[in-house]
Unconditional design. Structure first.
Length: 447
């Protein structure tokens, strides 16, 4: 048996790690939650291809690390095998076998240490089994050809298809880097084997075994580059909870629409606004701000940043399209600065990442920002309806970035001058004056 060296992270911790992964946490966050280093969690996740290779439930017939620590303490205190068994509610033969098999033997002495005993138990518990695709070369070639979607010309020659860049390892490739679109899925391969080889029982494999051969590094049956042939193109399997988890970390319970002042709902007080983006061609956009009480609309110019179209797009690089978090925050701050403080009461936005810098926007302008619930555009009905009207001026498939600030202001003026159904049209200033007069009248009536 090899030397244990530095005690490794216990399998109990790894089981807890995979339990956190199943809840939707990232590998780094799950590792920190269970008390392991983030790098360890990343290594566990990548080596396993996103799939746990150990059972997440442990039978009570096996000793736990806590029980092994108790055995070590009682052994140092001089307790006998039957005394230890009675305190742990275990069979004496279990304790005797544990002390004999998993004792530390370095230095020629039999000393029981919990960490060494746990390492030996985990080592013996491993059941390495050679993958079927490693043993059966004919089956492996069949699976690889179907995954690659091998296409043959009428004369029988194989067409290589598009040249695929070198596989990077973690992120799925762009769609223009994908292989033939008619590559088979593992489910199709597994089902077709029964038709092509009805009498040969050795030519059988489940789709899950094919996925594990692709994702798990220790399997070594299929080349990891073949994950680019899958329709999802994922290099790692994504837990269902994480797949259902939408990217909205900037939306916290404190900024949900349920926390918005009640006065914003009845439209009695002007100054509460709703906002969103109108997306155009080539990643262009303009911002829309609609006041709830008067439906007064303002358009926010979002010019593209310098270098757009010339600097290649890079992962986690600067947002050059014009509606990144910083650019959006600056544009809204500039627009809202033109309004008096009484008309800057709140802003309700969609859950887009473009307003992930909302906290800084609130600090700079004093404008509290709230976000609608997921899949609830009706909570911002005023803005949604106004965006529908604005599509008359910015049809889908056009590039709204060609309009400058003055032109957008002119378009907003034309829209604001149009009467709307069931609306006694007023400007924000007129609505504010009416609100102040009604408030003063109420105070006078009370006095």
């Amino acid at each position: 048996m090899k030397s244990p060296g530095r005690p490794s992270t216990r399998r109990e911790i790894e089981r807890l790690f995979w339990g956190e992964i199943a809840k939707g946490l990232t590998s780094e966050d799950a590792a920190v939650t269970v008390g392991a280093a983030p790098a360890v969690g990343t290594r566990w996740f990548r080596h396993a291809g996103g799939m746990p290779q150990i059972s997440l439930t442990v039978s009570g017939r096996y000793l736990s690390f806590a029980e092994r620590e108790e055995i070590a303490l009682l052994r140092v205190q001089g307790a006998g095998v039957r005394e230890i068994a009675r305190r742990l509610d275990r069979s004496p033969s279990t304790i005797s076998r544990e002390l004999r098999r998993n004792a530390a033997t370095r230095g020629g002495k039999l000393e029981y240490r919990a960490s060494v005993a746990q390492w030996k138990a985990d080592l013996v518990a491993q059941r390495p089994k050679e993958a079927k695709l490693v043993v059966n070369h004919r089956l492996r070639e069949y699976v690889q050809d179907r995954l690659l979607g091998v296409i043959r010309a009428p004369d029988g020659t194989v067409l290589t298809g598009p040249q695929v860049p070198e596989w990077k390892g973690r992120n799925k490739p762009h769609r223009n880097d994908r292989r033939w679109a008619n590559g088979w899925s593992p489910e199709q391969i597994s089902a077709r084997l029964k038709i092509d080889f009805p009498e040969d029982k050795s030519m059988r494999i489940s789709h899950e075994a094919i996925y594990q051969a692709l994702y798990v590094e220790s399997r070594g049956a299929l080349k990891r580059e073949l994950v680019a042939c899958l329709r999802t193109g994922r290099a790692l399997r994504v837990p269902r909870a994480r797949a259902r988890k939408k990217p909205g970390g900037h939306v916290t319970p404190e900024v949900m629409i349920s926390q918005r002042p009640v006065e914003a709902a009845d439209r009695a007080v002007p100054g509460h606004r709703e906002g969103d983006l109108i997306i155009g061609l080539n990643r262009s956009a303009i911002g829309t701000l609609v006041e709830r009480a008067t439906r007064y609309t303002m358009l926010v110019h979002l010019p593209r940043a310098e270098g757009y179209g010339t600097i290649p797009r890079t992962k986690n690089g600067p947002a050059l399209a014009g509606y990144g978090a910083v650019a959006m925050k600056d544009a809204l701050a500039t627009t809202m600065a033109t309004l008096p403080g009484q008309l800057r009461r709140s802003l309700t936005w969609d859950r887009g990442k473009e307003l992930s810098a909302h906290a800084q926007l609130t600090v700079e302008t004093g404008l509290p920002v709230y976000f609608a619930d997921p899949h609830s555009p009706w909570q911002r009905a005023t803005n949604e309806n106004t965006n529908g009207l604005l599509r008359q001026y910015f049809p889908k498939g056009t590039d709204p970035s060609r309009w400058n600030t003055d032109e957008l202001t002119a378009i907003a003026t034309v829209l604001n001058s149009r009467p709307r159904k069931t609306l006694d049209w007023k400007t924000p200033a007129e609505a504010l004056d009416d609100h102040l007069r009604s408030a003063q009248a109420g105070v006078a009536t009370i006095s």
